[in-house]
Write a protein that binds this ligand. Structure first.
Ligand code: AMP
Length: 335
């Protein structure tokens, strides 16, 4: 990359000098590289993964670079390519480098075969719960998205280039997890990385149209949410999407949270949640996406089988008998 990088970008490189060097050495050493991210992917999981995969392919065309994980219901193939169906043989000898992005917990890594890797690297912005990669982990909680951090690593890699395609993926991740540069996690560093990506000539108008494209059906779904939400005494709004309603609205469980931010800037609402029934046979539950204006809701998310960030976390309850206790915990934050 050019030597006239924005000083903010160089600051992450300085703070993580040792880890960045370990990751650089690992990338240079291995000919087979597989990039992993979390289950139920969002813009950031897929953007940071595909940005890195594209950057690796662009700069190391002699290496075999693969990507794993479940596809997203609407992002694939509209924004991201279909994930690959790699046979177990590929992993069996362990002669590959696993790079895990945007995931803090082992259980949330979308393909368990990362475990076979001789060497593991993790680049993430979630709180580090379990140690996945002993010697090469970068956990930067101040990064608004994993894409911001992974792009930072790539930009700091001397002599490497950032193509327009890789920049486009990273930009999608950054925009997604920073809520279009709106969340308080957005920093000078976020803008500095975005600036470097914009220099490649990406078309942000096209990116936004593709990311936030809506259908007439999705407007009807918003109408449903707006006429079925409730608010607790201290300003926690929530809506429930039982399985039969999801079918009626023609949405998947994953799409249940799509309207959660309708409540993001409403006077008197301090935190807001979508609560979506997941009839997954293995572990039926109600998946909760929690967002907050100011207070840190990650503690409540952790208590209720999840985790995440101060203003955006995920949790779950096993059935509706737990709903009131969960809502009470959240409501108590705003007493
Ligand atoms: P979501 O509500 O699924 O959009 O999640 C919001 C944020 O919390 C994302 O950054 C997720 O990665 C994170 N998150 C969601 N569920 C969990 C979980 N069970 N454990 C840790 N982090 C989570």
């Amino acid at each position: 990359m050019s030597s006239n990088l924005h000083p903010e970008v160089l600051s992450f490189g300085k703070a993580h000098k040792k880890e960045y060097a370990a990751i650089r050495r690992a990338i240079l050493r291995y000919n087979k590289i597989a990039v992993f991210r979390h289950i139920k992917p969002d813009f950031d999981a897929m953007g940071s993964q595909m940005g890195l995969v594209t950057w690796l392919k662009d700069n190391f065309p002699e290496k075999e670079v693969r990507f794993l994980g479940d596809n997203h219901v609407t992002f694939t193939p509209r924004l991201f390519p279909e994930t690959e169906n790699l046979p177990n043989d590929w992993f069996a000898k362990g002669d590959f480098l696993a790079i895990i992005v945007d995931v803090g917990d082992v259980e949330r890594i979308a393909d368990p075969r990362f475990q076979h890797a001789r060497y593991k690297v993790k680049i993430d912005h979630h709180p580090c719960k379990t140690e996945i990669a002993k010697r090469a982990t970068v956990c930067e909680k101040s990064s608004a998205s994993a894409a911001e951090l992974v792009a930072d690593f790539c930009l700091n890699f001397k002599g490497a280039k950032m193509s327009q395609e890789a920049a486009r993926y990273f930009y999608i991740g950054i925009v997604g997890d920073s809520g279009r540069f709106l969340f308080s996690s957005t920093s000078a560093h976020t803008f500095a990385v975005a600036e470097e990506l914009l220099k490649t000539g990406i078309n942000i108008n096209k990116i936004y149209l593709a990311m936030y494209q809506k259908t007439i059906q999705s407007l009807k779904n918003q109408a449903y949410v707006l006429s079925h939400f409730s608010v607790t005494p201290h300003g926690v709004s929530y809506y429930l999407l039982p399985y039969d309603v999801q079918q009626e609205l023609k949405i998947t469980t994953e799409q249940g949270k799509e309207n959660v931010n309708l409540f993001s800037n409403i006077e008197g609402i301090n935190a807001w949640c979508s609560i979506t029934e997941d009839v997954d046979k293995k572990e039926p539950c109600w998946r909760i996406s929690i967002r907050s204006k100011e207070k840190d809701i990650s503690g409540v998310a952790n208590k209720w089988g999840g985790g995440g960030h101060a203003q955006a976390s995920g949790a779950k309850i096993k059935d509706l008998s737990e709903l009131n206790a969960f809502l009470q915990d959240l409501d108590d934050l705003f007493r």
